[in-house]
Design a protein around this ligand. Sequence first.
Ligand code: SF4
Length: 175
Amino acid sequence: MAKELRFADKASQSMIKRAAETGIDTVWDRYEAMQPQCGFGVLGICCKNCSMGPCRIDPFGDGPQVGVCGANADTIAAEVAGSMSIFFDVELIYCIDKEGVLRSKEKIDTVISKITRKSYQEYIRTRIISDGMIPKLHNAFRALDRGVKQIHIIHFNALERFNTNEMAGTTITES
Ligand code: SF4
């Protein structure tokens, strides 16, 4: 598409055209030069927390699943969300292949809708929460410690409708 056609109004069109003729870079030129932009940061799985990085997790392929220090995608996402919480109200969403944290591993209708720090300890003690869900929740509470408002654990198919009023999955919250 010709650069000047990106604007509806004539003045902007002629400005872009004139910039191109005189060799002046615009935001559009710099955006084009940046393509393809890295999707790792958009997914929250790119970490620059220390000088051994930046590290990024490959969410779909056979690439690295942990950073140089051993941090996995959950840890990196929690740290990124925690850092953003200094400036913004942040909610962190972990997408998994289950409907949320389940009371009974094989029954999708046993989603625990809310887990607090206190109930988490009880779920661990009674082994309702075990195995790989423990480090995920550990990361979730670490994010809470760092100021993240809430953490949601949802099925990845539920992500698109998550911003509607329809609550899904498990919410991790202070109380
Ligand atoms: S993943 Fe670990 S090693 Fe890589 S930048 Fe982050 S903190 Fe450093």
